[in-house]
Design a protein around this ligand. Structure first.
Ligand SMILES: Cc1cc2nc3c(=O)[nH]c(=O)nc-3n(C[C@H](O)[C@H](O)[C@H](O)COP(=O)(O)OP(=O)(O)OC[C@H]3O[C@@H](n4cnc5c(N)ncnc54)[C@H](O)[C@@H]3O)c2cc1C
Length: 459
């Protein structure tokens, strides 16, 4: 048994930074990784997908080049081996960066293998036994495979196995019309695949407002992506060398025949093989580790950070979990999860930047609010760039004048949303941003204009 001051399980977005802070504070630290250093974001999530979204954007703009007066002569082709090589290089550099950072970290020992609790303060990693008074769980999650009829009979892909693809699927069927599915769907369409998105619900990205879902569907369909909604009972089967998705389990249901199928129907936490029961750590009905506002689990001395606690689901929220735990443990600074304002982006093109409540959530809350909306066709920067799809919208509290939430679906939306987010963090009234002089020409400069045209949110 080797004794440490702290053990960190997982090298995703919270673990390595926490290990560094603890080691710098003088603790003897162990960190355990069972697979790829850097976890999901670095290897199979944000970094590789956004790298490929960039390749897809390049292909799309080459396709549109004539609109800008640029002659690329005789069309273009996408070399998927080079797309993958670029993705592998960028993702690989990040992975090896995390690995060498940890392996060279003073007072930190790296164990490579699957960690399991043996008791509240003991961990096994293969033949090694480690003990510490503080254990930090940062095990992340993986693609959930839904119990669709026939799913085990077809060679399905997930966000992880998609990373090995170095060819163009003839027809990619994407099961799941949410964030991961839409990003892959649009990028493969732009690479040249036929793409059909099959969604069980009545609209894509159903957590967003209806106008956001509708505009996104229009963008995707405008690029030739098939979108099949209300697929209440999806079944999969093999026919010859092809995969058939039935959008309804009835014998005579609509069939979509494709060459490959990607399952993008959500994530599940990596908590099922962690020995949590031996430690007495409580989980919810979906396997997420139950934590309080400072990320303490039900067992004193054990914390859970990142996707496995079900409080975030993003890289920035996992990293913020590290900041919260470090602030509480080392800085006497009582930071809390509830200080966080929901914010994220969907990286289709144009992207969707989001923060705070949706308009629907504000309506449900019954509070009196003001709302503003502006199409990207009325944003000079978007017009100049020839990228006028989408809109920006905002909802503010009619009494306090604080911003409740916003969405920017449009070119630069993932960046422009931050001026709104920062004013929300400042708890300043919307008039602060309305009176700010933003740079011309930018997407952000129309946010003050939109705020000058607010109308009561009715109905
Ligand atoms: C396709 C896709 C695209 C995404 N794009 C974005 C994006 O653009 N922006 C964004 O903010 N988020 C994005 N995300 C989400 C983001 O990747 C995750 O929220 C983030 O990686 C969570 O970090 P984490 O530290 O909680 O866990 P992870 O990054 O999953 O890391 C957990 C680590 O723990 C290891 N581990 C698990 N169990 C054990 C064990 N028992 N023993 C030892 N090690 C173990 C794993 O191998 C892994 O390395 C995306 C996700 C996907 C799937």
């Amino acid at each position: 048994m080797v004794t440490y001051d702290a053990i960190v399980i997982g090298t995703g977005q919270a673990g390595p930074s926490l290990a560094q802070r603890l080691a710098k504070a003088g603790m003897k630290v162990a960190i355990v990784e069972r697979k790829l250093f850097g976890g999901t974001c670095v290897n199979t999530g944000c970094i590789p997908t956004k790298t490929m979204v960039a390749s897809a954007y390049a292909a799309h703009m080459v396709h549109r080049a004539a609109e800008f007066g640029v002659d690329v002569g005789g069309g273009s082709t996408v070399d998927m081996k080079r797309v993958k090589a670029r993705k592998d290089a960028i993702s690989g550099k990040s992975r090896t960066g995390v690995e060498s950072w940890l392996k060279n970290m003073e007072k930190c020992t790296v164990y490579e293998g699957h960690a399991r609790f043996e008791s509240p303060h003991e961990i096994s990693v293969a033949a090694d036994r480690l003990t510490a008074p503080r254990i930090f769980i940062n095990v992340g999650g993986r693609a959930a495979v839904p119990p669709l009829r026939g799913v085990e009979e077809v060679p399905y892909l997930t966000n992880s196995s998609m990373m090995d693809i170095d060819f163009l699927p003839k027809h990619l069927i994407v099961v799941g019309g949410s964030y991961v599915g839409l990003e892959f769907g649009q990028m493969y369409r732009r690479f040249g695949s036929e793409v059909t998105i099959v969604e069980m619900g009545a609209r894509v990205v159903h957590r967003e407002d209806e106008d956001v879902s509708a505009a996104i569907q229009e963008i995707l369909e405008g690029e030739g992506i098939g979108v099949r909604l209300n697929a209440k009972c999806i079944a999969l089967s093999k026919r010859g060398g092809e995969i058939v998705a039935h959008a309804d389990c009835a014998e005579d249901s609509l069939e979509i025949t494709g060459s490959h199928v990607l399952l993008a129907t959500g994530r599940r936490p990596n908590t099922d093989d962690l020995g949590l029961e031996k430690a007495g750590v409580a989980v919810d009905q979906h396997g997420y580790i139950a934590v309080d506002d400072q990320l303490r689990t039900s067992v004193p001395g054990i914390w859970a950070l990142g996707d496995c606690n079900g409080k975030g689901g993003f890289t920035h929220t996992a990293y913020n979990d590290f900041e919260i735990v470090a602030a509480n443990l080392l800085d006497n600074d009582p930071r809390r999860v509830s200080d966080r304002i929901l914010a994220y982006a969907l990286y289709i093109d144009p992207p969707l930047g989001r923060c705070g409540l949706t308009e629907a959530e504000v309506r449900q809350s019954g509070r009196s609010a003001l709302a503003g909306k502006r199409p990207m066709t009325k944003v000079g920067r978007a017009v100049e760039k020839g990228e006028t799809q989408g809109f920006m919208k905002i909802v503010v509290d009619a009494h306090s004048k604080e911003i409740l939430g916003a969405a920017i679906l449009g070119v630069g939306g993932d960046e422009a949303i931050h001026s709104i987010l920062d004013v929300m963090y400042a708890k300043a009234p919307y008039t602060t941003i309305q009176r700010a002089v933003h740079i011309h020409p930018t997407v952000s400069e129309l946010i003050p204009t939109m705020l000058g045209e607010l109308q009561p949110l009715t109905g």
